[in-house]
Design a protein around this ligand. Structure first.
Ligand code: SAH
Ligand code: SF4
Length: 385
């Protein structure tokens, strides 16, 4: 029995090897790769410049499919969020954020997350499983060509690129799913796939120190580090992983990474939690902490969820905190919350997914989706604006 291969699972070198097994030259793999990742083709028949014999061979042993879309919502501010089914009651989310000069896609790398940060609803649902390469790159593939479709460009045709930037800031800790994440990154950067520059692809991590070093060697892209605290005691209480890789180690890893990074700074993300980490004394402590690491700060207003027991800092506090950092010469931005009306803001990406111990409930939810969407389950079915 032939095992069917999802071609979205293969990076450029693997696709060349795969075509080689079928007796095809490397340039055929490049053509095939362009059909898939530049034109969004999922049907071998439409790949008209490939020999009929090759198309037939491929039809018998390969397919091209991203995770099925369960829902698709567009927010009033244009933010578009897809919920994707990755099987066994697990769903992940992908969010597109349009801005004047760019379109950013926020993608997930795991279903759930084992790091269990106190302020994160993904963490609260526990770890379900790692996503495969096809499931990670499939989010970009699906989103790019759905966005083109919304502009009247059908899959299989040339069209203007919609997604100019990718951030790995959805569900999951990318550095704890290292190999598939790096393979997906390679496809994002490849000229015969998405051709994004390293500066336009950002990986966000809670601070898995050894893997930051590994990334610098294997595929350095722009790096964002979720800092959220100015000292170890506070960070231990917010991000349990800090006990394993404390702040001084993390700062040293950031500094080492910059020797290989496509940008000359690290972005520190800092989630503003009322009365927890948002005092002027925290900002001053941060200035000392990062003094040897060229960096920018991105302050994220906390997106509350009921079980967290935490509150968002008030806006004047966030501004005052930013001012302390800026007065010390650190470039600081405050993240606009987007997509609030569709639960697409940071840390709410688990919106419709329940605690992993409540598998039964999740399965029921998927059944509900199936009933609700009937034969449309897995297709684009709902767009609200
Ligand atoms: N696991 C990685 C990437 C995914 S989380 C990481 O932690 O960096 C992406 C960003 O969203 C992180 O900076 C994370 O700290 C932040 N975040 C998580 N929950 C949040 C919440 N409820 N409100 C605001 N930001 C949140
Ligand atoms: Fe995981 Fe990141 Fe959420 Fe922490 S903030 S639980 S690392 S997804």
């Amino acid at each position: 029995m032939t095992v069917l291969t999802n071609l979205l699972d293969l990076d450029p070198a693997q696709l060349i090897a795969y075509c080689g097994e079928l007796g095809e030259k490397p340039f055929r793999a490049k053509q095939l790769q362009r059909w898939i990742h530049q034109f969004g083709a999922s049907n071998f028949e439409e790949m008209t410049d490939l020999a009929k014999s090759l198309r037939e061979k491929l039809s018998g042993r390969a397919y091209i499919a991203a995770p099925a879309v369960v829902s698709d919502h567009t927010s009033l501010d244009g933010t578009r969020k897809w919920l994707l089914d990755v099987g066994q009651g697990n769903a992940i989310e992908t969010v597109f954020i349009p801005e004047e000069n760019r379109g950013t896609l926020c993608i997930s790398t795991q279903a759930g997350c084992a790091v269990n940060c106190r302020f994160c609803s993904t963490g609260k649902q526990g770890f379900n499983r790692n996503l495969s390469v096809g499931e990670i790159i499939g989010q970009l593939w699906m989103a790019e060509f759905e966005l083109r479709k919304s502009k009247g460009i059908e899959p299989g045709h040339k069209g203007e690129r919609q997604i100019t930037n990718v951030v790995m800031m959805g569900m999951g800790e990318p550095l704890l799913n290292f190999e598939p994440t790096v393979t997906a990154l390679r496809l994002m950067l490849d000229d015969n796939a998405y051709g994004l520059s390293r500066r336009r692809v950002t990986l966000s991590t809670s601070g898995v120190v050894p893997m930051i070093d590994k990334l610098s060697q294997e595929c350095p892209v722009a790096l964002a580090v979720s800092l959220h605290a100015s000292n170890d005691a506070l960070r231990d209480s917010l991000i349990p992983l800090n006990k394993k890789h404390p702040l001084q180690e993390l700062m040293a890893a950031c500094k080492r990474y910059l020797d290989y990074a496509p940008r000359d700074f690290v972005t520190f993300e800092y989630c503003m939690l009322d009365g927890v980490n948002d005092g002027d004394h925290h900002a001053k402590e941060l200035i000392q902490l990062v003094k040897n690491v060229p960096c920018k700060f991105n302050l994220i207003p906390f997106n509350p969820f009921p079980e967290s027991g935490l509150r968002r800092s008030v806006n004047p506090r966030i501004k005052a905190f930013a001012q302390v950092l800026m007065d010390a010469g650190i470039v600081t931005t405050i993240r606009k919350t987007r997509g609030d009306d569709i639960d697409a803001a940071c840390g709410q990406l688990a919106g419709e997914v329940q605690d992993r111990t409540r598998v039964q409930e999740r399965m029921q939810k998927m059944d509900e989706y199936k009933k609700k969407f009937g034969e449309n389950f897995g297709k684009i079915v709902e767009v609200s604006s």
